[in-house]
Ligand binder design. Structure first.
Ligand code: MTE
Ligand code: MO
Length: 298
């Protein structure tokens, strides 16, 4: 049975959280959810990483390349006001507010594994909404086959964008059926709070069966298209990073094995875990790739 947030949260944090609610300390991301703890059949029952781990070990190159750079620098990003431009092959293009895309009463908790292509992993209790519902609201037109995403470009607040580390803004893409899959969410929170900036505030993609780089942060643009978009990492190193980027222990990165992973927080003696096909979500997503050669379409 899927666990509730209160079951999986270390007692200390849970009590802190209760104190936080009692103090009415903030406009919470999900007051309704926090009280009902609506569990999800899509959640793993594995123990989530701590908030400390999830918010201090990040990849967010807009703030630097070290794992601790985002925690130190992303606080400077102004995420309010924020809007997401939805366009391309949709019936209702326009500028959507975050609260409009992910209203408090629609938020769900999804406890997902996150497997970075660098071979480390975490378990993160996201709060968000299925991307499918957002796309349905925008009205996907019949000819659309892919969804392209873009991160904010604001070098004044994202110091990494002043350097040619990547081809800014960061871009990602999904095939339409991947985007519509019920596991695919837009997250606006984690651990029952609004999303910390270093995790991609105010709204980011989470696609748990793909390498972490597909889960693009701080999204400002979503475009429906009939052409396969080129994502940032794919454009940088096409031999190393493909469009699909499904977690696959049988297809090694040219420079390292993908057979195992290091769970953050497992400690020095935690050992490595076997990486699972589709990051363990194969029962739910393998059908999307029937007939494809995943060594070729990596
Ligand atoms: N815009 C943007 N999105 C991004 C990245 C980035 O550098 N910039 N890094 C990606 C990578 S490589 C990973 S593993 C995840 C990490 O998410 P987390 O820091 O919330 O765990 O974010 C992904 N989304
Ligand atoms: Mo990653």
């Amino acid at each position: 049975m899927p666990l509730r947030w209160s079951d999986v949260t270390p007692k200390k944090d849970y009590l802190n959280r209760r104190a936080f609610i009692a103090a009415g300390a903030a406009a919470l991301a999900a007051p309704a959810w926090a009280l009902t703890g609506k569990p999800s059949p899509y959640s793993t029952d594995q123990t989530p990483n701590t908030l400390e781990e999830i918010t201090n070990y990040n990849n967010f190159y807009e703030f630097g390349m070290d794992k601790t750079d985002p925690a130190r620098r992303a606080g400077a990003l102004d995420t309010d006001p924020w809007s997401v431009e939805i366009g391309g092959m949709v019936d209702r293009p326009g500028s959507y507010a975050v609260d409009d895309l992910a209203p408090a009463n629609a938020l769900e908790e999804r406890i997902y594994r996150l497997r970075c292509v660098e071979a480390w992993s975490m378990v993160i209790p996201w709060i968000g909404v299925p991307l499918a519902g957002v796309l349905d609201r925008a009205g996907v037109q019949p000819g659309a086959k892919f969804v392209a995403f873009e991160t904010l470009h604001r070098p004044e607040q994202m110091p990494g964008q002043n350097r040619p580390i990547l081809d800014w803004p960061y871009k990602e893409g999904l095939r339409l059926d991947e985007a519509m899959h019920p596991l695919t969410i837009l997250a606006t929170g984690l651990y029952g709070e609004a999303l910390p900036n270093q995790n991609g505030a105010p709204i980011r993609l989470v696609v748990p069966w793909k390498y972490g780089f597909k889960s693009i942060k701080s999204i400002v643009r979503i475009t429906l298209t009939d052409r396969q978009p080129v994502s940032t990492w794919q454009a940088m190193q096409p031999r190393e990073y493909g469009f699909y980027a499904n977690v696959n222990p049988q297809v090694d990165h040219p420079r390292w094995s993908q057979a195992t992973e290091r769970r953050i927080g497992a400690g020095l003696f935690g050992g490595r875990e076997e990486t699972l096909m589709f990051n363990g979500y194969g029962d739910q997503v393998a059908r999307l790739y029937a007939g494809m050669d995943l060594a070729k379409d990596y």
